[in-house]
Design a protein around this ligand. Structure first.
Ligand code: U2F
Length: 564
């Protein structure tokens, strides 16, 4: 059946159920964004033209909202607790619905079981039941619940699952045996799923799929109005929970900021002002989302204190014409040195509160400075007050951008059919490679008939041998490209090393998430033995990694130019 775009979301609102504070928050958001979703659907429909879109039957099981997993989030919705996850789930539901797919939503174990056709109390049903869904979107909590309650069906249908995973899961942590042997075991990882079944909130590593969320968009008139109405001396602090204000040394930089600007906060409080918030701060208390947006529209500056990491609010601030000022982390925060990231299945080093804002948006919208350096901080404030910035929202965070991306995933990503690339170089890479003039970079021959139907199309491959110690994520970005893990199999052969003129004295095949790679001392070449371990993330001073890169659409890093 062909999927048809939907613009009326009232049935979705019914499907979302009611009761919990988290669901109320999500429904309000969906309702408020209805017109924006409808317009985006129209635009995308025009852009895609007559392209056939399969209608899928989709189950969305939001594990972290189930009582069975403790549901610690719902009671904190009105108390300054995390809302980022709810923003994202609301937008995922809207996306799937607007794209025209068949949708079921569950937020309890009972509903999950009845939708899966598992009789309650028969959790360990040994038979693999036919699954009435093509796709299941869930999270780590939901995954655990399905494993416990689907019996054999779980094994059989795991390839249909997509795991919404805010901070991402790198291949080294996902592969159970490898993680256990090499110290990558965490609270979350080791599910042996295809790494791209994990979907992140920001484009962290392309090993996972970038899901994202949306921010409210402004039309031209609104943009002009906002620009005219900005109070150049008004700052809003990022952080709705009082604990964020406990930051050591904040007096110094807040003192400087207070010299130049009027400081506003939206910190939740029960009856009296939280003692952590200085008296000179105008605290509005936690605001409903639309009022928070209104506040951002007036403000010139949105300032981060270092936590929360990588939330939606900075994108909303920038979309509403604020400059986002944040602190640089030196040394970077990671699962090795910071409580928040400890136990998360990623080795990623976070160099500022919001790396996406820093790296994908940057100046004039985003300033990343050392808060301990008073001069640098003060100079930034002065410069920000002088600069005019336009409201800005990257395309991938617009409704159209999110619809486009998820449409492409749904139509092209298939982790069930592919038997996986043959290990051990048993399959020669579909030649020919074309050697670029500078001889360190291989281009895939334009002759795409070599791998027909592959997605992303094989001709977008550009291979690079990274310098020692560089991860493929970074090596590709160095060349204005993005790492594309699905191309690793093309590079995992002696032939590929030869074409890149890598002088291999010997070649071995092992399980290592950094392979294929070249080690200078000994001139050894290493191939990847385990396809699940192909990884864009990861580096070691010992290796030059062989990296598959590709181009990407401007403002839509998840998709290559010919990916639609
Ligand atoms: C992030 O979670 P948070 O919920 O703390 O992220 P924020 O960036 O603060 O914003 C979430 C939403 O809260 C809204 C705002 C954002 O869309 O419009 N809001 C509001 O409604 N009223 C207010 O007064 C202020 C903000 C991240 F998203 C999670 O994935 C992480 O788990 C968490 C911890 O790092 O950080």
């Amino acid at each position: 059946v062909q999927a048809v775009f939907r613009s009326n979301l009232s049935h979705l609102l019914e499907l979302m159920g009611s009761g919990k504070e988290s669901l109320i928050f999500m429904k309000k958001r969906t309702k408020r964004l209805t017109a924006q979703w409808a317009l985006a659907a129209q635009r995308l429909a025009r852009k895609l033209g007559s392209v056939w879109r399969d209608q899928k039957q989709i189950l969305v099981h939001i594990g972290f909202l189930t009582e069975e997993s403790g549901d610690v989030f719902s009671p904190r919705v009105l108390k300054g607790g995390p809302l980022g996850e709810m923003v994202q789930w609301a937008d995922i539901l809207a996306t799937l619905y607007v794209l025209g797919h068949g949708l079921r939503i569950t937020v309890s174990l009972k509903e999950l079981q009845s939708n899966l056709g598992v009789p309650p109390g028969r959790g360990n049903c040994p038979l693999a039941m036919p699954l009435p869904f093509d796709l299941i979107y869930t999270d780590y909590h939901g995954l655990q619940q399905m494993k416990q309650h689907m019996g054999l069906s779980f094994k059989q249908y795991r390839c249909r699952i997509r795991v919404i995973d805010t901070f991402g899961t790198e291949p080294a942590y996902n592969h159970e045996e490898y993680a256990t042997l090499h110290g990558y075991r965490t609270n979350w990882g080791y599910w042996n799923l295809h790494p791209r079944q994990f979907m992140t909130m920001f484009p962290h590593t392309p090993d996972n799929s970038f899901m994202g969320f949306v921010s409210e968009e402004l039309n031209e008139t609104e943009k002009q109005l906002i620009k005219g109405g900005k109070a150049s001396n008004m700052a809003v602090v990022y952080g709705k929970e009082a604990s964020i204000w406990k930051l050591q040394g904040k007096e110094k930089f807040l003192g400087i900021l207070n010299k130049y600007m009027e400081i506003h906060g939206t910190v939740y409080y029960e009856s009296q002002r939280p003692p952590e918030v200085p008296a000179f701060v105008k605290n509005h208390g936690l605001l409903p989302q639309p009022e928070f947006q209104q506040l951002l529209r007036k403000a010139k500056l949105f300032i981060g204190f270092g936590f929360p990491y990588e939330g939606p609010a900075p994108l909303e601030a920038i979309a509403n014409g604020c400059v986002f000022l944040q602190s640089r982390f030196s040394p970077p925060h990671s699962s090795l040195n910071h409580e928040f990231f400890r136990g998360k299945p990623t080795s990623r080093e976070v160099f500022s509160q919001h790396p996406y804002a820093e790296n994908f948006i940057g100046k004039p919208h985003v300033w990343t400075v050392d808060y301990n350096n008073s001069e640098e901080f003060e100079a930034a404030i002065k410069a920000i007050m002088r600069t005019q910035v336009d409201p800005y929202l990257p395309y991938e965070y617009t409704c159209e951008g999110m619809l486009e991306r998820i449409h492409a995933y749904i139509q092209h990503q298939d982790f069930c059919a592919a038997p996986g690339p043959a290990p051990l170089g048993a399959r020669a890479p579909p030649s020919p490679f074309v050697l670029a003039p500078n001889a360190t970079h291989l281009e895939w021959a334009q002759n795409a008939s070599l791998a027909p139907g592959a997605w992303p199309p094989a001709h977008s491959l550009r291979a690079w041998l990274a310098t020692a110690g560089r991860a493929c994520t970074d090596a590709c970005l160095d060349h204005g490209l993005i790492c594309e893990p699905s191309f690793f199999p093309f590079l995992n052969s002696q032939d590929a090393f030869q074409k890149l003129q890598v002088p291999c004295d010997s070649t071995e095949s092992e399980m290592n998430h950094l392979y294929p790679a070249f080690a200078q001392p000994g001139r050894e070449c290493f191939l990847q033995k385990e396809p699940l371990l192909f990884s864009c993330a990861g580096a070691s001073a010992k290796y030059h990694r062989l990296c598959p890169c590709r181009d990407f659409r401007k403002g839509q890093v998840a998709l290559c130019r010919d990916c639609l």
